[in-house]
Design a protein around this ligand. Structure first.
Ligand SMILES: [Zn+2]
Ligand SMILES: [Zn+2]
Length: 384
């Protein structure tokens, strides 16, 4: 029984884009879905065949491997979903179909089950990087292209670790399944145990000649430029993860994840306090008395604010919505502007005389009224 070409199964060409393949698979899977063809064995087979084809063609690494080695790359009868049932297929592809469509048929899914497909080489390890962002990038969200040094799939052998097509062979010990059954006689009777194939370490294939570039590992140390989307509102120490962007696995094994740890770049004038941004404004005593207009820095450029006449030191002005957004929410912080009235550190004799003249004037004697809230009350208010 020879296997059909995966591209033929999905009715796409070798040059089809990932999106075209996804669409084509969706179409075929809908047509042969068991729900629509109850009891139809042929439809079920076609359905599984499409799922298997999609599993390979939707994965960049596997697709490259398939393009190079054909079905040989995965071992006969074991690639993809050869031995899987329909439920397994859906737990893997629910992202394409959405749960509502198939949930009823499979009794609500019940979470992802492990598939019975042949194990591949060891999974790649996770990779951690630090990413420094300034206030503006954090407030708006951003996209960063980052060059990451890591294990990447060997291009010479497409990750197979083999020198060429002819040096990949289905493992003779396990016939490609990666598992061996052992029947032993015990006093309780016959017992069957299933263990990982010792010849191929569960990979299902043996490589007779190794790839020269990667020495058979299927991966090499290199670098990849990764485009990282940062949502708005992240904070120092927060960790984002990108599945499959870490170190490549050995011989087609799954790649690890890329973990991105956020670092906040200090702003020269602004200070972050949760969702809010704080700024210390210093104004002169005459400006506080007469009122003035000043420019203050904000996360995105400068803003003009009006200081009313008679502004007391310690007053807090609030620029609504000028703070940081919540990472996954609708709230937005404010910018709080703390007014400090500048007291001269030294005065000339003329200034001294002028101040002395004012010192006894009635208007210059402190007499806080009800509207002049205490420092602590204002603080409480500002952070609510
Ligand atoms: Zn084996
Ligand atoms: Zn290689």
């Amino acid at each position: 029984m020879s296997k059909r070409d995966y591209y033929e199964v999905l009715g796409v060409s070798k040059s089809s884009s990932a999106d075209e393949i996804k669409k084509a698979y969706r179409k075929v899977a809908m047509q042969y879905h068991p729900d629509r063809n109850p009891g139809d064995k042929e439809a079920e087979e076609k359905f599984k065949e499409a799922a298997e084809a999609y599993e390979v063609l939707s994965d960049q690494d596997k697709r490259a491997k398939y393009d190079r080695y054909g079905h040989q790359a995965f071992g006969p009868g074991t690639g993809g979903f050869g031995g899987a049932n329909a439920e397994d297929i859906f737990s893997s592809f629910s992202d394409i179909f959405g749960d509502d469509l198939f949930g009823s048929f499979f009794g609500g899914g019940g979470g992802a089950r492990s598939r019975n497909s042949r194990p591949q080489g060891a999974r790649g390890s996770n990779l951690r990087i630090k990413l420094k962002l300034n206030f503006e990038e954090i407030a708006k969200g951003t996209n960063k292209s980052v060059k990451v040094k890591k294990h990447v799939v060997c291009t010479a052998c497409s990750g197979s670790g083999a020198k060429d097509k002819n040096s990949v062979q289905t493992c003779g010990t396990c016939n490609g399944s990666g598992q061996v059954r052992k029947v032993t006689q015990t006093f309780l009777g016959q017992m069957q145990t299933v263990t990982t194939c010792p010849t191929c370490n569960g990979e299902g294939i043996t490589i007779t000649a190794k790839c020269g570039s990667c020495k058979g590992e299927g991966r090499v140390y290199g670098e990849e430029t990764i485009s990282i989307d940062i949502p708005a509102g992240v904070q120092e120490g927060m960790q984002l993860s990108m599945s499959g962007k870490g170190n490549a696995g050995e011989r087609g094994g799954r790649a690890g994840d890329l973990l991105i740890i956020i670092e906040e770049e200090k702003h020269p004038e602004l200070h972050r306090d949760g969702l809010n941004v704080a700024y210390d404004l210093h104004i002169s005593f005459p400006d506080a008395v007469f009122g003035t207009q000043v420019e203050v820095p904000t996360i995105d450029g400068r803003a003009k604010i009006k200081i009313p006449a008679g502004t007391q030191s310690g007053k807090i002005f609030r620029l609504k919505g000028k703070g940081f957004p919540e990472v996954q929410g609708y709230q937005k912080g404010d910018q709080l502007i703390h007014v400090n009235i500048w007291t001269p550190q030294q005065v000339s004799s003329d200034e001294k005389a002028a101040l002395e003249k004012l010192a006894n004037s009635n208007n210059f004697k402190p007499s806080p009224g009800k509207s002049d809230k205490s420092f602590f009350e204002r603080l409480k208010e500002a952070f609510n």
